[in-house]
Design a binder for this molecule. Structure first.
Ligand SMILES: [Zn+2]
Length: 110
């Protein structure tokens, strides 16, 4: 199945394949711009996202381990939910620092 979905500025373009265990294997790319908050001055800014993703959607409870894929536990495949939780984790990233604060740090060091 071809996935091409955008939620809140973040686009998931990917291929999903159902494997013999009934799990969905999703490989593709996340791209777009997500509004995040600077961890230093709390100013919102747009963060450019461009990353390759490999998800495996499994039915809970899952007690396995996978080195290659990010495991997502879902009763039923829900692409919207996957993108939304990616947005949440991008927003929760402690390395979200705006250009202004980056400049300040740069000047401090030199
Ligand atoms: Zn800042």
């Amino acid at each position: 199945m071809e996935i091409n979905k955008t939620i809140d500025g973040l686009t998931l373009k990917a291929q999903s394949i159902k494997n013999k265990n009934g799990e969905y294997v999703i490989t593709g790319k996340l791209s777009g711009e997500v509004e995040v908050e600077c961890v230093k001055c709390l100013t919102p800014f747009k963060k450019h996202i461009e990353e390759d993703v490999k998800f495996k959607v499994v039915k809970p409870p899952y007690d396995g381990f996978d080195e290659e894929y990010d495991i997502i536990e879902q009763e039923k495949l829900d692409i919207d939910d996957i993108i939304k939780s990616e947005i949440e984790s991008i927003k929760a990233d402690f390395s979200n620092v705006c250009e202004n604060c980056k400049d300040k740090e740069f000047n401090k060091e030199f």
